[in-house]
Structures are given as structure tokens and as C-alpha cells.
Design a protein around this ligand. Structure first.
Ligand SMILES: [Zn+2]
Ligand SMILES: [Zn+2]
Length: 191
């Protein structure tokens, strides 16, 4: 019922006030039980489904700026774009993002970007952060443009439907005997 009433369920919300001076190791303080459900409801196209396997996440505050450093390992399931074979692909990524309060001036935020150009800058409301949002963003960045069973997948023959990775069909050979070959034969017969 709760799920139906509230479309956006807060899976794991961390208030800025919960982060101590030493920072907060989210897994150490909140356990791991919620991790497999972290991507439920996410559009993980071109994968049919994507499951989170493991994550790390450390949050710390520098003034009101919230720094998130972490990593994830997920598994995407889909079908090869060329041969339709089912594919399971591992996705992983490490990240470091600074969430700046949205009410902070753009000039100040620009300063931060110059100072720490190796980091991603994002905004938050200054009160807290939804852990699922952090990981949805990171998984979205790791999704491939296409699912392929392997880089050099040869796909399916458009003529006979055969899987070109398994068998070499004769369709290419048949095509070579097109109308020009017939003309050549006719000419040869005339001569
Ligand atoms: Zn394929
Ligand atoms: Zn063929």
C-alpha cells in the first residue's frame, strides 16, 4: 500500500546532520540488505534488467558541501543487438561527486569547479541525499549504447536467418551470381 501511495519511495535517505566529522561509511552504518533492490524501477535501457551486486559509499561534509565517494558492481541482462543471443554484462565504476547546496551562489560553485576539476559537481537541497539517486546516476553513466554478445558479433544473416557466429551460410555466394553473371554467361554463349 505504501508503495502505491508514494511513487517515489525513499530507499535510503541520509540526512546531512547524520554525517559526523569523520564522515559516514554508509554500508558500515546501514548494512547491505537494501543493495540488491537499489536499481528497482530504473530504466536501464539497453538492458532488460540491471541488478546491483555490491557498492561502497563514503559520505563526508566540507562545510555544507557533501562529498560522496564510492563504487559499484552491477550486472545487466539483455539481448545482443545483432544476434539476439542473451547477454549478461558486468558494469562497474568508481566515482567521486561533490553535492553543492542548490541555494549556493553560482560564482561560489564555479570556484569549487576550478579548485577541484577532477571531481564531478552536482546539486542537492542541502538537507540530505537519497542514496538510490547517487547510484542511478552512476549506473546511467556506465550503461553501454548497445548490448553486444561480443565486440565482433557477426549477427544474423538477413537472407537465411542463420547465426553467422556459428555457421557460415552460402547466402553471400549465391548473391554473387546476380544478373551480371547471367549476362556474362549469355555473352560467352554468343561468342
Ligand atoms: Zn551477438
Ligand atoms: Zn544466410
Amino acid at each position: 500500500m505504501f508503495l502505491l501511495l508514494f511513487g517515489e519511495v525513499r530507499r535510503l535517505y541520509i540526512r546531512a546532520s547524520e554525517i559526523s566529522r569523520e564522515g559516514l561509511d554508509v554500508i558500515a552504518s546501514r548494512g547491505k540488505a537494501w543493495i540488491p533492490r537499489l536499481l528497482e524501477g530504473m530504466n536501464t535501457y539497453p538492458f532488460r534488467a540491471c541488478r546491483m551486486l555490491s557498492i561502497t559509499l563514503f559520505l563526508s561534509l566540507e562545510g555544507r558541501d557533501l562529498e560522496a565517494s564510492g563504487s559499484f558492481v552491477a550486472e545487466g541482462e539483455g539481448a545482443c543487438d545483432r544476434c539476439a543471443e542473451s547477454v549478461t554484462q558486468r558494469l562497474e565504476r568508481e566515482f567521486q561527486t561533490i553535492f553543492v547546496p542548490a541555494d549556493r551562489g553560482p560564482v561560489e560553485a564555479g570556484d569549487l569547479e576550478l579548485r577541484r576539476d577532477d571531481l564531478d559537481i552536482a546539486f542537492y537541497d542541502g538537507a540530505g541525499i537519497e542514496v538510490a539517486d547517487i547510484f542511478w546516476e552512476q549506473v546511467a553513466l556506465a550503461l553501454p549504447a548497445k548490448v553486444l554478445c561480443r565486440e565482433d558479433c557477426r549477427g544474423v544473416c538477413p537472407h537465411c536467418g542463420g547465426d553467422r557466429n556459428r555457421t557460415e551460410c552460402d547466402c553471400a555466394g549465391e548473391r554473387r551470381e546476380g544478373p551480371f553473371d547471367v549476362l556474362k554467361t549469355l555473352r560467352r554463349e554468343k561468342e
